[in-house]
Design a protein around this ligand. Structure first.
Ligand code: HPA
Length: 264
């Protein structure tokens, strides 16, 4: 059975409007989904089987407040196989389910001295540094996607207002995508700073491109787990990312849940 039919059979009365992709440090969002239906990706034909510790690979279907949502805990990263279209099918299925908005989350490194670990950053725009696209090979005319305002201005301002109302500090900035899986060199971090980046990470950009191709509105938030390579004495590692992400998890997820309940 295809993934769409499986989902519709398991959650027959739900029409999610908002799709969410959870990255490291955002798993607490599902604490805001009482009575959700959970489907492991292993039961969803064509969904990725992530290989990264800290990504649980489960689709959660339910409500956050009154908002019907489909939350993908776990994503496919370009660094796993070299292919950057690993989320093409799941996002298509989200659109077929009725979603019109994609909310993305990730863990990222800060390249701004004034944005320390544990900060939250609203993504205002991105740099596709690998210059890889999940749309390569498509033949439709919609593949020439307009990337101006890829991160929806109205949704960004709604997120900023929600943070303000909670007295939560929400930075805003440009996310630079590195393919990974190795961390950046200090020279690459200096390059990112000069190119106008505020944060660096290994995800999100391919999904934003896919979502815009599907006509979904995009909102994206980064949880800052570290300063970029060479900016501090800290030793970068995936374990360090996960530990930092764990510490800020509840606070970040509470803000995100609040934002999601207010999305149009
Ligand atoms: N670089 C790339 N990806 C990351 C980082 C980083 O410093 N921190 C968390 N994800």
């Amino acid at each position: 059975m295809n993934a769409l039919s499986t989902i519709q059979q398991r959650a027959p009365h739900l029409t999610p409007r908002i799709a969410v992709v959870l990255g490291s440090g955002w798993g607490g969002l599902t604490d805001h989904m009482p009575a959700a239906v959970q489907i492991p990706y292993t039961e969803l034909d064509g969904f990725p089987q992530p290989t990264v510790a800290g990504h649980s690979a489960t689709l959660w279907l339910g409500h956050i407040g009154a908002q019907p949502v489909a939350v993908m805990s776990g994503r496919k990263h370009g660094y796993e196989t070299g292919a950057v279209d690993g989320m093409a099918l799941p996002l298509k299925v989200m659109q077929q389910l009725g979603c019109h908005t994609l909310v993305q989350t990730n863990a990222a490194g800060s390249v701004r001295p004034d944005m320390p670990p544990q900060s939250l950053m609203l993504i205002s725009d991105h740099l596709n540094l690998p210059q890889r696209s999940p749309l390569v090979g498509l033949t439709d005319s919609e593949r020439f996607v307009n990337m101006v305002d890829a991160y929806d201005p109205a949704l960004k301002s709604l997120a900023a207002q929600t943070a303000l109302a909670q007295s939560a500090i929400l930075f805003e900035g440009v996310y630079a995508w590195f393919l990974g899986p190795q961390f950046e060199t200090p020279a690459e971090i200096r390059m990112a700073q000069r190119l106008g980046a505020d944060a660096v990470g290994m995800s999100t950009v391919p999904e934003t491109i896919l979502a815009r191709h599907l006509g979904l509105r995009v909102l994206a938030l980064s949880f800052i787990t570290n300063f970029g390579a060479g900016m501090s004495a800290e030793n970068l590692s995936h374990a360090h990312t996960l530990q930092q992400a764990q510490e800020g998890n509840a606070k970040a997820s509470a803000l995100l849940a609040d934002i999601i309940t207010q999305l149009p």
